[in-house]
Design a protein around this ligand. Structure first.
Ligand SMILES: [Zn+2]
Length: 463
């Protein structure tokens, strides 16, 4: 998902308006929290999270939190890239005084380990297999392999058991699984300690739950284009598609141009489909089978093609990395039973979030665990860079939303902006760390096709 919670913010805003009519908030209630990655350091007393200056003085309590518990840190130990939670007061717009600042130390360890399906074929595949010094781009990171790297890397062995003539049998490793561990280097690369090649994800991982099929149809009464969630002949849900064909075609065309090579490497090639649905929420969603839903509210809020390219890449990464299956496994959550009773003829899904929860994939619109969202963001950054787009537009989009919709000096509801601040600051840190030499001026940001789409879209409701 690419969620920027505006709907909830405004709903709570309304509640607060009533509250303040009769209640005077006490001191504790006016304390604010800010959660995000440090993106810079201005001076000894000032750190940055995107455009917000966080003031830290000797009066501030600074704690480091890791698996062993909490211990105090000094100001000098704070550095860009750390995930922090600041508690304190807004002094003015973009200026926050931290009474207490907690650093989540697990996020900034020297050692890193993870796993991902290869978004593209590794350029150095032969060298990696042969034990030579080589490079591997995986999981949005650059790994350097040398004589010390332990390699469990046999394409033949990893491909065992795959049916003959599947795309994964032709020796191209896009879509294969890689487990890795290593140490961060100063230049942002990872010195690989171990890389372990495994098979692509099972074809079933890309199935919709409950054998739901997603098909386009026409509403019998009104003739408007709809997207239907069908189970056999029964229609379990329907969404309104945007009628503007040119907008649908533009988004599909852009999406197709961004499909990573890894989509061909799955055991059953994924067919990505892109649908613009009428929904004012600034959000996009992906379903396990490669269906992407792009809200009109999102298109209305976007400023350029680079931003849309990033959002589409992010959603495709959720699909290719089988985040739905991982979520079920890692949260030990049981598959939710189908709780909907079907729709009355002619009815539409009132709330996409409620519907997705009913079919057991709430994370499609509400977001996955942070590690999975971060992985989708890293891979999306890599994808847009490879397609010639300006990756800075990814965090700029978060900034636009924060600045336009989050007047945080008056808002009492920090948590509603959490996702935008967290995401924007994560993207900034990732770009600084992985591409320290990045030169983005002159990369693609906008196109006449994007502008034409905005004109055809016209004014839309944004929530
Ligand atoms: Zn997401």
């Amino acid at each position: 998902m690419w969620k920027l919670s505006l709907r909830r913010a405004s709903r709570f805003g309304l509640v607060l308006t009533f509250c303040f009519g009769s209640l005077v908030p006490d001191q504790a209630a006016t304390k604010m929290k800010l959660h995000g990655y440090l993106t810079g350091r201005v001076d000894e007393n000032t750190l940055l999270i995107l455009d917000d200056r966080i003031e830290v003085t000797p009066a501030s309590r600074i704690l480091g939190k890791d698996a062993a518990g909490e211990h105090s840190l000094n100001r000098q130990e704070l550095s860009p890239g750390m995930l922090v939670e600041a508690e304190g007061q807004w002094l003015e717009k973009h200026r926050f005084f931290a009474e207490k600042l907690t650093v989540e130390l697990g996020e900034d360890e020297k050692k890193i380990h993870g796993s991902a399906y290869l978004q593209e074929a590794p350029a150095d595949a032969a060298k990696i297999a042969g034990g030579a010094t080589s490079e591997l781009k995986v999981d949005g990171y650059w790994l350097t392999l040398d004589g010390h790297t332990k390699r469990v890397w046999s394409p033949t062995k990893a491909g065992e058991g795959l049916a003959a003539n599947t795309p994964t049998q032709n020796g191209v490793l896009a879509g294969y699984h890689v487990k890795y561990s290593g140490l961060w280097r100063k230049d942002g690369r990872i010195e690989a300690e171990e890389v372990d090649l495994g098979p692509p994800a099972p074809a079933d991982d890309y199935k919709m739950p409950h054998s739901l099929e997603i098909v386009t149809a026409k509403d019998a009464q009104t003739g408007i284009d709809v997207l239907e969630f069908r189970q056999g002949k029964k229609v379990q849900g329907r969404m309104k598609l945007l009628a503007e064909r040119t907008v649908q075609e533009y988004v599909s065309h852009l999406g197709d141009s961004l499909i990573p090579e890894g989509a061909k490497g799955t055991r059953r090639p994924i067919e990505f489909r892109f649908f613009v649905v009428e929904d004012p929420e600034v959000n996009a969603a992906s379903l396990p089978d490669g269906t992407l839903l792009i809200n009109t509210g999102l298109l209305g809020a976007l400023e350029n093609e680079a931003q849309l390219a990033f959002v589409l890449s992010h959603e495709m990464a959720h699909v290719l990395q089988v985040h739905y299956r991982r979520e079920v496994e890692e949260t030990r959550g049981a598959r939710v039973g189908l709780t909907i009773a079907g729709l009355a003829a002619g009815a539409f899904i009132g709330n996409a979030g409620v519907f997705m929860a009913q079919i057991g994939i709430a994370s499609a619109v509400n977001g996955h665990q942070r590690e999975l969202e971060n992985q989708a963001d890293r891979l999306a950054l890599q994808n847009v860079i490879e397609h010639g787009y300006d990756p800075r537009e990814a965090s700029n989009f978060s900034r636009i939303i924060i600045n336009r919709y989050g007047d945080r000096t008056t808002s009492k509801l920090w948590s509603n902006h959490d996702s935008s601040v967290l995401r924007g600051s994560f993207l900034t840190v990732q770009l600084m760390r992985e591409y320290p030499e990045g030169r983005w001026d002159g990369t693609k940001k906008n196109t006449s096709a994007f502008q034409a789409m905005k004109d055809d879209l016209g004014p839309v409701k944004i929530m």
